[in-house]
Design a protein around this ligand. Structure first.
Ligand code: CP3
Length: 319
């Protein structure tokens, strides 16, 4: 999950000097952000500091992170012709990401694995089509319902790009990869099966064999069986579903990641510990539970609360 960010004073200090995209493109600084989060929180794994939208820039979508407004795509896709104009992704265009991977890997102790990541085709398409964030993804779904052929072409291109991008992160030293389908929960299961599933399957099948894939989405209580069918060694779930119920539906032969509400970190530490214990009880000591938040850390989170969660999970799950 996103574990580095604006809730950390060290991160805010670096961001005073570098814009967000500039930071992503400066391997020294990006590696420092990753490693600092691991040290500060005491987590068991590192996640690369980068962004899911970086892959869209070399495909010709003007990408900007505007202060306060989140990401902006300057030339949103609105037609089949727009899809045709996208450039084929060249993995070498994101060399700065692979350099960050190498630097993080060199700086981390060997027992802390590094997770690389990318956006899933649906979530990337939603930014390309909406031009930024959305509350209802009406433009994205409107595009899909109006021109399913162009949609299919778009998701095919994104899936190919992401496969190549993740494999390049793996070649640079990432030991697991996470696929973020953050907004896929807005789809009906039939639309996922008809217009998304095959692309995610192809993407995941293309990842270097032996490297664990974490497949994450939010609001996916209605889509768990679909995500499982699409693939991944670990399925990430958010707090809108009980972890034990989600795991029973997914099957205990797949690992699960989750699922504390990130807002819980704003509450008092004893309450954070109680909620962590509830999730661990639901996992019931089975192998294959990766404790995590159900989504990224909020900017208003006190750092000591995030640290207290990590300590609580270590204490309560010690064998
Ligand atoms: O721990 C880490 O190093 C985090 C690395 C990371 C970032 N983005 C850095 C980031 C990861 C794993 C992501 C993934 C990402 N980016 C997702 C999927 C995960 C999720 O949260 O659903 C998505 C949807 C994005 C797109 C994106 N990037 C948005 C919507 C925003 C704005 C949101 C906000 O909080 O303002 C970003 C910007 C972004 N990406 C920030 C960080 C730390 C905040 C940028 C800043 O410093 O102002």
């Amino acid at each position: 999950m996103r574990q580095a960010g604006r809730y950390q004073p060290e991160y805010r200090a670096i961001r005073k000097k570098l814009g967000f995209l500039e930071l992503c493109k400066t391997p020294d600084a990006a590696a420092e952000v990753t490693v600092n989060a691991v040290r500060q929180l005491g987590v068991d794994a590192a996640i690369l500091f980068a962004d899911i939208l970086l892959v869209l820039e070399p495909m010709g979508a003007g990408l900007e992170f505007a202060a306060g407004d989140g990401p902006v795509i300057h030339r949103p896709l609105r037609s089949a012709a727009d899809v045709d104009r996208l450039l084929e992704f060249e993995p070498a265009a994101l060399e700065f990401v692979y350099e960050t991977v190498r630097r993080v890997r060199a700086a981390l102790p060997p027992e802390v694995p590094l997770i690389g990541f990318a956006g899933a085709p649906f979530t990337l398409a939603s930014y390309l089509i909406e031009g930024g964030r959305s509350d209802d993804w009406a433009t994205t779904k409107g595009f899909l319902f109006t021109d399913p052929g162009a949609w299919d072409a778009l998701l095919g291109r994104l899936a190919r790009a992401v496969t190549a991008y993740l494999n390049a992160q793996i070649d640079a030293g990432a030991q697991a990869v996470q696929l973020f389908d953050s907004w896929v929960g807005c789809l009906a299961p039939a639309d996922y099966r008809g217009h998304v599933l095959a692309h995610v399957q192809a993407l995941i099948r293309g990842i270097r064999p032996g490297v664990p894939v974490i497949h994450f989405g939010t609001g996916t209580a209605g889509l768990l069986e679909c995500l499982r069918a699409a693939g991944g060694d670990v399925i990430g779930v958010d707090w809108r579903v009980d972890l034990d119920a989600a795991w029973a539906r997914l099957g205990h032969d797949v690992a699960v990641q989750g699922n504390l509400d990130p807002v819980a970190l704003l509450g008092p530490i004893p309450e954070i510990r109680r909620r962590a214990a509830t999730i661990l009880d639901q996992a019931a000591g089975r192998p294959g539970h990766v404790f995590n938040l159900g989504h990224g850390v909020l900017p208003s989170t006190p750092v000591d609360h995030a640290r207290a969660l990590v300590d609580a999970v270590h204490e309560l799950s010690a064998r």
